[in-house]
Design a protein around this ligand. Structure first.
Ligand code: HEM
Length: 905
């Protein structure tokens, strides 16, 4: 099987995806091979088009000129190309031309498709054909020519006299017929149904009847039997009899016929100019990724990684697959232990192959990112297959990524594209491939490519956002393809028809709002001298800050898992410009860098260019200036021990602070306190600014919360990618709802829905469980618009009213359970021996470990043994070891990187 990616990936799709999910429709005009009562057979036209394109090949002192090069596009008016066949065919192919597939590739592919649809052999097809830009010479055989002319013409094309000339012509004439409109002397008008004189009795079957009927003398082939004025045009008679019927007799055998025609047609589509190098033969991938896309999520700390995986199910049935997962490696190449789950998307088929598609949508931290993945297929019989793309893995390049949310195509035809570029990779460019109509009667458009440099807009986390626009003319916008590239990296082949008409704004607009004076300060900020504080809340119009951060300072400590808005507390406020010195602030600043940097730098281009994470960490100060009534961010050289100026960046900063809203909340008192500025998380809701975070044991059935039959609503719980509340099982699907998630989690005490599309299962709540206001769980479920499925780091949790008690850690004679331990794939805690089994139980593991001091179970089906702890491990909360054993639902078997450990008594 080929290694992905390959230059023929698009051609492979057109070749194989005839029907079903992601079907491409290339083959549609020739399926079925023919419809009765019609005066044309599209499959015959496709094959004849390839012949006429190739037949004009010339050899000048050796090198081949012309051949299968789509020069027919410019030659349809030539008298040797009589009939509508060529324009019909080219019109059918035209929508499929792209920078990946030339018209000559399509003409070649059409031979495979038409032959196969009519029951003929599989014609091997290669990519890499190059299109001519003008007409070539003439030279297609005409039916009135003498045999010697045919012999010269086929010899020029590279076919032997007479054998291959006969074989090739017999194969070409097994389907289709002669049209009265084109050759009225051969097929007089009104002499045959539809004025279409068929070449054999099975004109829609790619079979040997053309030969058998000729040899038996009962053929109706007009190019053999025409009389009168047409008698001179019986070219098949002259060709077939050129070697006294020796060759055509051998062609009567169906197997011989299929083999010979396969070879002749392959030869035809591989006759190309000497300057062209064709690719390998296009064969189906066993595993092929589609539309792999990284998209930065709000705040830039996470990606959404989406795509589809196609699995060839020709040899193994689709129903034998029980699960498909992606095992991925981070930027450093280290394996990530949590697999990416997929869900079935649908099936597709070609002439000879079947496929199943699995889709995924996973969140990946931006800083560790992803570099490649392999595909792990678990079959229903329990065995697994790992597909690693011939040892290369499936590469994912995070250097430059197309950013769909901020890209759009407006009604005037203006395309705006945003790309995110990692770190200091070179500036990207936008590449647009448009189809430009050609003059007059030439039906096939030309492709033209434009490249537009992109300009930096802002930054988000470690990515810089660039944008560029391009204006389409006329109807070009609908059929254009574009991509972004920087250096050796690219994110290409995006279709304009998937674009929204309005771009989401590049940076969220931030406005300053006061905390109403009646509201208390956030509970965790009480160590601040609030009496002299002036408090501002900086609220984005969309949630941007999602990463967890902790702040630790000399006189306060603040931690939060999330901020849906950011409170800036100035304490005490300054007279003109109070700032805290780098020495006391550096630890605070560096600890909030990851959060603050993304929030600051998404605010505007001005700010992003003046603030970098290093300058925040080492040399920035926050200060207040009563004179300008503005909060300012200024930086000074890190070598300097004191701020030399706190207003150097005021011009830049002022652009992202709305001065009017600032005016009334400016600093109000003077003081010389050392604690100058604090940045704290403040969980605001639309109705109140008071803290909404409480730690408590959840009380079931919040009256305001959603209801779901058979379950109690537990509440809106905090959750995060770094510390999942429920670790037993999870999935991200676009059909997410209480129904689908509860079904997915059937057997578990709890199910939780989050961020619209996520579903998690668990058997225990964390202690303490952090409950939030229900309003924070307000994201619409992807699969049911009437339900809400959590929010960003917020999970709507439901507890089963009917379920059996959760699993336990069973007692094993001679051993005692010693807790849930951390483990790492790269440095196993217990590594003497191990066993993976799809029937794993705790007692199976204890027996397997045969008297070792320790045994432990992990990830539902893994068992590890050892006499010592070979690597560092710590005991964590029990709930983290929450997976049921695959062989025993009543027992816990660890979780990802979590080991349920027993020790000898
Ligand atoms: C001495 C060589 C050949 C001559 C003189 C010849 C001539 C013709 C003629 C006059 C027709 C009728 C076209 C119409 O009325 O639409 C025809 C049809 C056809 N020819 Fe040939 N041909 C030759 C060789 C080949 C070869 C080598 C191929 C191989 C691919 C081929 C493929 C076809 C096909 C598929 C049709 C049916 C078209 C339809 O039904 O629309 N021919 N040929």
């Amino acid at each position: 099987a080929p290694t992905w990616p390959s230059p023929t990936d698009e051609l492979e799709d057109l070749m194989l995806l005839n029907s079903g999910y992601r079907s491409r429709g290339f083959s549609a005009p020739v399926i079925p091979c023919s419809a009765p009562g019609e005066n044309r057979i599209a499959a015959a036209e496709w094959i004849r088009t390839a012949f006429h394109d190739m037949a004009t090949v010339t050899r000048v002192d050796g090198p081949l000129i012309g051949g299968l090069d789509a020069s027919i596009v410019f030659e349809t008016k030539n008298s040797e190309n009589a009939g509508a066949a060529f324009n019909n065919t080219l019109t059918e192919y035209a929508p499929f031309i792209s920078s990946q597939t030339s018209m000559a590739d399509l003409i070649s592919l059409g031979v495979y498709t038409a032959t196969r649809s009519c029951g003929g052999p599989i014609v091997p097809i290669r990519g890499g054909h190059v299109d001519a830009t003008e007409a070539g010479p003439q030279g297609v055989p005409r039916p009135e020519s003498p045999l010697s002319t045919f012999q010269n013409q086929f010899s020029r094309m590279g076919f032997t006299t007479n054998e291959q000339m006969i074989q090739f012509t017999v194969c070409g004439h097994t389907i289709g017929g002669v049209h009265s409109a084109n050759f009225p002397t051969v097929v007089p008008e009104g002499s045959v149904p539809n004025d279409y004189g068929l070449l054999d009795s099975t004109s829609a079957g790619f079979d040997s009847n053309i030969a058998t009927e000729f040899v038996n003398g009962n053929t109706t082939n007009p190019l053999v039997v025409a009389t009168g004025m047409g008698a001179e045009l019986t070219s098949d008679k002259r060709v077939f009899m050129a070697d006294n019927n020796v060759t055509i007799k051998t062609m009567q055998d169906p197997t011989m016929f299929a083999n010979v025609c396969q070879a002749m047609f392959q030869k035809m589509v591989e006759i190309v100019p000497s300057t062209v190098t064709l690719t390998d033969i296009v064969t189906p991938y066993d595993i092929k990724p589609y539309d792999l896309q990284l998209t930065l999520l709000d705040g830039g700390s996470k990606f959404e990684f989406t795509g589809d995986i196609r699995i060839r199910t020709t040899t193994r049935s689709a129903t034998s697959i029980s699960q498909v997962q992606l095992i991925y490696r981070d930027r450093t190449g280290a394996k990530v232990s949590t697999p990416i789950k997929t869900t079935s998307k649908g099936t597709a088929s070609g002439f000879d192959d079947q496929f199943s598609f699995y889709g995924f949508s996973a969140q990946i931290p931006t800083h560790t990112s992803i570099s490649s993945f392999t595909v792990l297929i678990t079959l229903t019989n329990g065995s697994t297959e790992t597909w690693d793309n011939n040892g290369n893995g499936f590469k994912v390049d995070d250097t430059v990524i197309y950013h769909a949310p901020q890209s759009c195509l407006d009604s005037s035809g203006k395309l705006t594209v945003v790309a995110a570029v990692r770190n200091s990779a070179s500036s990207p460019s936008l590449n647009v491939v448009v189809k430009t109509p050609r003059p007059s009667a030439i039906l096939v458009p030309a492709l033209s490519t434009s490249s537009v440099p992109m300009t930096i807009q802002s930054a988000i986390g470690v990515y810089q956002l660039y944008s560029a626009s391009y204006s389409f003319s006329g109807s070009q916008a609908q059929s254009a393809v574009f991509g972004v590239s920087a250096g050796n990296s690219a994110d290409n082949y995006k279709n304009t028809n998937r674009l929204k008409s309005v771009c989401s704004s590049l940076a969220p607009s931030w406005t300053w709002k006061p905390i109403p004076s009646s509201s208390p300060l956030p509970a965790y900020a009480t160590s601040i001298n609030s009496s002299s504080s002036t408090v501002f809340v900086l609220s984005p119009s969309t949630t941007v800050l999602t990463s967890a951060f902790t702040m630790v300072g000399s006189n306060f400590s603040v931690s939060s898992t999330q901020a849906s808005s950011l409170t800036v507390i100035l304490s005490p406020s300054a007279s003109t410009s109070t700032s805290f010195s780098p020495s006391s602030s550096s630890s605070i600043l560096s600890s909030v860098t990851s959060s603050a940097n993304s929030f600051l730098t998404t605010s505007s281009a001005n700010v992003s260019s003046s603030i970098t994470s290093s300058s925040i960490a080492s040399s920035s100060t926050w200060s207040t200036s009563s004179s300008s009534s503005a909060l300012q961010l200024s930086s000074y050289p890190s070598s300097s021990t004191t701020p030399s100026s706190s207003t150097t960046s005021s011009a830049n900063v002022s652009s992202w602070i709305t001065s009017s809203t600032m005016a009334s909340y400016s600093t109000s008192s003077t003081s010389n306190s050392s604690s100058a500025l604090q940045l704290s998380s403040y969980l605001s809701s639309s109705t109140t600014s008071s803290s909404s975070t409480t730690s408590s044991t959840p009380t079931p059935s919040s009256p305001s919360g959603p209801g779901f039959a058979g379950y109690n609503y537990t509440g809106c719980l905090a959750d995060s990618i770094y510390d999942r509340t429920f670790t037993a099982k999870g999935q991200t699907v676009d059909t997410n709802s209480y129904e689908t998630c509860s079904a997915f989690c059937s057997g578990y005490m709890y199910f939780g829905v989050e961020y619209g599309s996520e579903c998690y299962c668990g058997n225990a709540l964390p202690v303490p469980a952090v409950l939030h206001k229900d309003i924070e769980c307000n994201k619409v479920c992807t699969g049911n618009s009437t339900q809400t499925c959590g929010g960003d780091n917020r999970m709507s949790v439901f507890q089963s009213l009917t379920l059996h008690p959760p699993p336990t850690n069973p007692s094993i004679p001679g051993y005692k359970y010693v807790g849930c331990h951390t483990d790492r794939v790269s440095s196993r805690v217990l590594s003497d021996t191990w066993l993976f089994s799809h029937n794993m139980t705790v007692s199976m593991c204890s027996q397997f470990c045969g008297g070792k001091k320790y045994f432990g179970l992990e990830f539902a089906e893994e068992c590890f043994c050892g006499d010592v702890f070979g690597n560092a491990s710590s005991v964590v909360e029990e709930r983290q070891c929450s997976m049921e054993c695959v062989g025993d639902q009543k027992s816990f078997c660890g979780a990802a990187n979590r080991l349920s450990v027993w020790s000898k008594t």
